[in-house]
Design a protein around this ligand. Structure first.
Ligand code: FAD
Length: 504
């Protein structure tokens, strides 16, 4: 079977949530083969990708690899380009002890083709008694696509999904590279069999863990895992007192949990608030408590485990039509959409990490933005953010999630401890404007923050350079070492990525 096939004639392609459209797109699909060994399969695919890049150059077209097309920031959009759908390039392979360097635990690793969904990788691990240790709120992204933007959830002691990556295979017009940290992961023989040039280099690896789609085509990743575990969710509506923000800012999650859920150390804490009077109206809280794996837990559905965001997005649309009812309607939506989860006094339900996540239905007209701040600034910043956002008519809930510093030079979670504040809901001019006012307010107050690569956060090159400082310079230096030829870098450009300073 040919690894790359052309899909139809030149035309349009619209991303998953309809936030952007590629005009004049020539579409291709990268597909898995049936080789017995992963290394052989990715060797064939990587070579085909390299030939495809040469053909695109000959045709005078730029290229854009596509994951699940979920990013609403339009970093997956490029007009007059060749698009490479990777979704069908999705096999996963176990690693053998003979394939890794001494001291590396092969049993924890999986060789993953870049288009495998997070959901598929999670399932494969769970079949083997292993688990991802964090992921986003949904799991319908491709693994490479999720890593490209630093996708994260709210596991408080963990970073982003890209932290699972131990090695990456990247194809550029000039070569097929196997990028690992200095210490190395896979054996020389394994890397040679993948048809790649080994690059054991901490700086390049740190760039490649979060490439934002600008470092060539990722064809495969080696993904790490932990032993499978159970989580017990608690999901409830509670009025949160302002003082609780101090506990969160200090990392005293135990106190927060003891006050609003169980008197135990939580592993995951998420707070969804109504920005209209956030402390007077109940917030939707979600906690996860890790427990050791056992086979005999009563199986629960994703809904019983509290997965999914949809009800709120639907009801959120009402808010734009009835702005006078915004605060009350939003609260109604929260009650309808989120109150279903098991509370403290309900019989406990349990699930694996993967069972508590859902893929997602496309939402038309999604608005999706965020700021990541130093968790220590939360108490000071949060009320200001809500006040400004509500005053200017922001019509979404505001979600607060927590994570540690994530890996990858361009990881938005770059503070030692991070609070990520999301504004997710229906798209409207008012909401976009209210978010812009939040950004202005943080700047005026001198509160440092970064923005999510995948969301509609209105970033530009100057801002990226100042937000990431020395790490941005390092990322670009790594990029230029990987692709010294400016014409090769430009092949991966697009209006959006050029505008962010990532491809020019
Ligand atoms: C409903 C919804 C829920 C979400 N929930 C969360 C969440 O909880 N937490 C969070 O952090 N984010 C979340 N996001 C954002 C989402 O995780 C990111 O947009 C993610 O990058 C999407 O992955 P994808 O596979 O769809 O990538 P795409 O959007 O297809 O691509 C993203 C970028 O990666 C590049 N790319 C993709 N594949 C490759 C490849 N093989 N090689 C090189 N470059 C590649 C693309 O060109 C593009 O630049 C959510 C988004 C939506 C729409």
């Amino acid at each position: 079977m040919m690894p790359i096939v052309r899909l139809g004639d030149e035309g349009q392609w619209t991303n998953y949530h309809g936030t952007g459209r590629c005009e004049g797109a020539t579409r291709f699909a990268l597909r898995s083969g049936d080789a017995a060994r992963g290394r052989d399969e990715i060797a064939i695919a990587a070579k085909a990708v390299q030939d495809w890049l040469a053909q695109a150059r000959t045709a005078g077209r730029r290229v854009r690899p596509l994951g699940a097309g979920w990013s609403p920031s339009n970093i997956n959009i490029s007009s007059q380009s060749w698009l490479l759908h990777t979704r069908r390039f999705n096999r996963c392979f176990r690693a053998d002890a003979a394939d890794v360097r001494p001291g590396v635990d092969a049993g924890a690793l999986m060789l993953v083709e870049a288009g495998a969904l997070v959901d598929e990788v999670s399932d494969k691990f769970e079949e083997q008694g292993r688990s991802l240790w964090t992921s986003g709120a949904g799991n319908g992204q491709t693994f490479a696509g999720a890593c490209a933007t630093g996708t994260h959830g709210s596991m408080i002691a963990r970073g982003g999904i890209q932290d699972h990556v131990r090695a990456v295979q990247i194809v550029t017009p000039a070569g097929i590279y196997w990028i690992e940290p200095d210490a190395g992961v896979m054996s020389d023989a394994f890397i040679a069999a993948t048809g790649s040039t080994p690059v054991r280099d901490d700086a390049l690896f740190a760039a490649a863990q979060l490439p934002v789609g600008a470092l060539g085509i990722v064809t495969a990743l080696v993904v790490d895992s932990v032993p499978k575990f159970l989580v017990r969710p608690i999901q409830n509506l509670r009025k949160v007192e302002p003082a609780a923000l101090n506990w969160l800012a200090e990392g005293d999650f135990r106190r927060f949990s003891a006050t609003y859920a169980l008197d135990r150390n939580p592993d995951f804490v998420q707070m969804i608030v109504n920005p209209y009077k956030p402390f007077k109206r109940p917030a939707m809280l979600r906690f996860l408590y890790r427990e050791p794996w056992r086979e005999d837990y009563a199986r629960a559905t994703p809904a019983q485990l509290g997965a999914g965001y949809d009800a709120l997005s639907l009801l959120g649309r009402l808010l734009d039509d009835y702005p006078w009812a915004r605060g009350a309607l939003l609260q109604f939506a929260m009650k309808m959409g989120y109150a279903a989860g098991p509370d403290v006094d309900d019989p406990p339900v349990y699930g694996s990490w993967g069972e508590g996540l859902d893929t997602h239905r496309p939402l038309a007209d999604l608005f999706n933005a965020s700021v990541t701040i130093d968790r220590a600034d939360l108490a000071y910043a949060f009320e200001r953010i809500c006040t400004v956002y509500a005053r200017h008519g922001g019509s979404t809930v505001v979600t607060v999630r927590f994570m540690e510093r994530a890996q990858g030079l361009l990881a938005p979670a770059r503070f030692p401890h991070n609070a990520v504040i999301d504004f997710d809901g229906p798209r409207s001019r008012r909401t976009a404007d209210a978010y812009a006012r939040v950004v202005e307010c943080l700047d005026a107050e001198g509160i440092a923050f970064t923005r999510h690569w995948a969301k509609s956060c209105r970033l530009d090159a100057a801002r990226v350079a100042s937000d990431y400082g020395e790490d941005f310079r390092r990322w670009r230096a790594a990029r230029d070492r990987l692709m010294p030829d400016a014409a090769h870098r430009a092949l991966f450009g697009s209006a959006v990525l050029d505008g962010l300073g990532l491809t020019c």
